[in-house]
Design a protein around this ligand. Structure first.
Ligand code: PEP
Ligand code: MN
Length: 286
């Protein structure tokens, strides 16, 4: 008989609170992470960070090591991008999440990031999961495009079994047959994850849909449904984005979404939660 994912399984009403820098996931609020798909220049990530902070985002995202489908597409700045995002985050008081694509990059990413992202393509890369877990940093673990919920939970189980309890799960769309959206946003699956596990669950509406026009409604749906946050691709000049331009929103869009998310949380989760949520959304220092 196989042993179930016993460390990540939900055993009580409580969702685990996971801290990244000064930001909490799973505190009953809605933690909004924003930033570009890839770090491009110091000015670009600085402008993005300013937009996230001013708009009310809690945390800055941006990839230095980019997993691209084609080897001919921009692969990210690599190591050079890491100090850029760390500086921008520090300047605006935003903790930073960025991806490690390979075991060999984990130490480097850990030196600059407040949270390590393990991307969809690497969800079941066990040596990478273990190496990232051993840094002790919180991990944003994205669901593989063809992974079942059980497979995602077992991937998280590897991290907890390695002694690191700080995992946030992320639904980012699964492979479907219809080209009108980049992936199929499995909101029901994300909600089921919350039933199965005590770990916080957030939505990435950007990769889930691939379309700028769908980012706001999907983020609001996630907030209304009770997920713990969202990670949104935002670029100061979306048409110039070197990566995933079609799904990039701009700074004004981001601020509007943050405001509407706060209103949804206020309406549906009660006043006490609102207070926490406003802190989560607006302040990164606790
Ligand atoms: C990303 O967040 O930049 C990314 C590449 O996402 P995913 O791993 O979900 O495709
Ligand atoms: Mn992207």
């Amino acid at each position: 008989m196989s042993v179930p994912y016993r460390l990540v399984a939900r055993t009580s009403e409580n969702t685990s609170r996971i801290r990244a820098g000064g930001v909490l996931f799973g505190d009953g609020g809605f933690t909004l992470v924003g930033g570009p798909c890839s770090i491009e220049t110091p000015a670009q990530i600085d402008e993005a960070a300013a937009g996230v902070a001013a708009g009310g985002g809690a945390m800055l995202r941006g990839g230095a090591f980019k997993p691209r489908t084609s080897p001919y597409d921009f692969q990210g700045l690599g190591e050079d991008g890491l100090p850029m995002i760390a500086e921008a985050g520090a300047k605006y008081g935003l903790p930073v999440v960025t991806e490690a694509l390979a075991e060999s990059q984990v130490g480097l990413v850990a030196a600059y990031a407040d949270m390590i992202q393990i991307g969809a393509r690497n969800m079941q890369n066990v040596p990478l999961l273990r190496a990232a877990a051993r840094t002790g940093l919180p991990m944003l673990l994205k669901r593989g495009p063809s992974a079942t919920l059980d497979e995602l939970l077992y991937a998280a189980e590897y991290v907890l079994a390695e002694g690191n309890p700080n995992v946030v799960l992320c639904e980012r769309g699964i492979r479907g047959f219809d080209p009108h959206t980049r992936n199929v946003c499995d909101l029901g699956g994300a909600l089921r994850l919350k039933e199965l596990s005590h770990l916080p669950v957030i939505l990435d509406p950007s990769h889930a849909s691939g379309r700028r026009s769908l980012i706001e409604p999907l983020t609001l749906a996630a907030a209304a449904a009770g997920l713990d946050g969202a990670i949104v691709e935002m670029h100061p000049h979306p048409s110039e984005a070197r990566c995933d331009a079609a799904q990039a929103i701009d700074i004004a869009d981001f601020a509007r979404i943050a405001k509407r998310v706060a209103a949804v949380v206020a309406a549906l989760r009660g006043a006490e939660t609102l207070e926490r949520s406003e802190r989560t959304l607006i302040s990164s220092s606790s």
